[in-house]
Design a protein around this ligand. Sequence first.
Ligand code: NAP
Ligand code: MG
Length: 488
Amino acid sequence: MTLQTEPKTYQNYINGRWVSSSGNQVDASINPANKNEVVGYIQKSTKEDLDQAVAAAKKAQVQWRKLSGPARGEYLYKVANILESHLDEIAETMTKEMGKTLPEAKGETARGVAILRYYAGEGMRKIGEVIPSTDSEALMFTSRVPLGVVGVITPWNFPVAIPIWKIAPALVYGNAVILKPAQETAVTAAKVIQCFAEAELPAGVVNMVTGPGSVIGQGIIDHPDINGITFTGSDQVGKMVAQGAVARGAKYQLEMGGKNPVIVAADADLDLAVDATISGGLRSTGQKCTATSRVIIQKEVYEPFKEKLLNKIKEIKIGPGLHGDTWMGPCASESQLNTVLSYIEKGKAEGADLIYGGKRCEDSELKHGFYVYPTVFENVTSEMTIAQEEIFGPVLALIKVETLEEALEIANDVRFGLSASIFTQNIGNMLSFIREIDAGLVRINAESAGVELQAPFGGMKQSSSHSREQGQAAIEFFTAIKTVFVKP
Ligand code: NAP
Ligand code: MG
């Protein structure tokens, strides 16, 4: 595609300036609620663009790390205020670009503001510890130092919050950043980066280069001057990031998929469990890494739970995320829609019983978007593909069990371990769930998809690289420890 002027073309942000790609090529970003609407054009960048951004970041970081933590924090407070002042516009762009409803997009943008403020405050908190030396005259302590240049590779499902929860701690601890956002949401990313630009951070401290993952993402993996890579996305790409980083000795951090269970015990508050299953499983059209996808129900409450669940799901209003009465928007892209539909076909072929949805919405007003009905399967067994692989769509698999021991066994019978919930009123059930479940996020009487920015976030097993993001945990990735021994 060649350069267009309308709708707007968004440039790369390199060394404090908005610039076009050296290759002069752009890609269109499409509205998934109406595939005929182009939200904007984004740069299809080249390795040369990335090289320029890395060179600028490397140079800028030398001065940036010399600023005090509180001074770096002040910049983040400024960015937070600017983002807050553009909240409505950015949320609307997010809804147009990836389909989630406007209230969800506003909530996410407000979360971005809060994350910036949280890490702004981190600029004033401790970055080391004093450790008693065996030499009584010596002072031994640790000090945290930045990695240098950090590459940030992000997915499309949280186009504001995820880039910010990586960029903000990277900056406050003294790193410079190269952001490579998902192609599907690069316009939203450009508007977020504009907030950093308006806050007048020193040139080169934050850079954004858009373009295909295979070129710009891979370029970040391979670049000798990028000292750390933080990635959120699919486990296939995550493994490539890890391999490339290990090969050249760079630090890396991965947040990947989930196959998150909810257990509904015989003594559960069923209304609460139903609401949490719907919210956790179907909000954002199921496109959250923490989304509920397996619902494991004790036989005593199976039928009443199912009835309540289906009654509520039938009420869900599907439509464009910008419409006030919409509860569920489209899948974020055509390829995401096709992935969801192919998993639905696999579920049917492997013998699960489809009891609701299971197809694309083709009503006249929805046929130009990537809409799928919320979908429920029952008689799902743990070895089926729809009980094992991440679908990333509004698909729930109901699994009936006799006992809670069986429920836990099935809950743990996947290669992922991001988030898991149980609904029960029995403290013993709660404690055994906390002890036995393989999940980084353990939720009792709460939906699987809730996250708080001040707490560590990440998964066990193949859901992450066993590190954590957010809250105080972020310092572990974005800094290195120096152990200092001073003998006067
Ligand atoms: P993805 O295909 O893995 O893409 C993630 C990012 O990696 C995008 O920026 C993508 O760029 C880039 N990329 C693609 N190929 C690459 C390569 N060869 N080298 C380096 N980078 C490359 O995932 P997605 O489709 O955007 O997002 C959906 C997935 O993300 C789901 O599986 C979901 O579970 C996971 N996710 C996990 C979390 C979490 O915190 N655990 C949060 C959100 C999403 P392009 O856009 O150009 O492809
Ligand atoms: Mg992708």
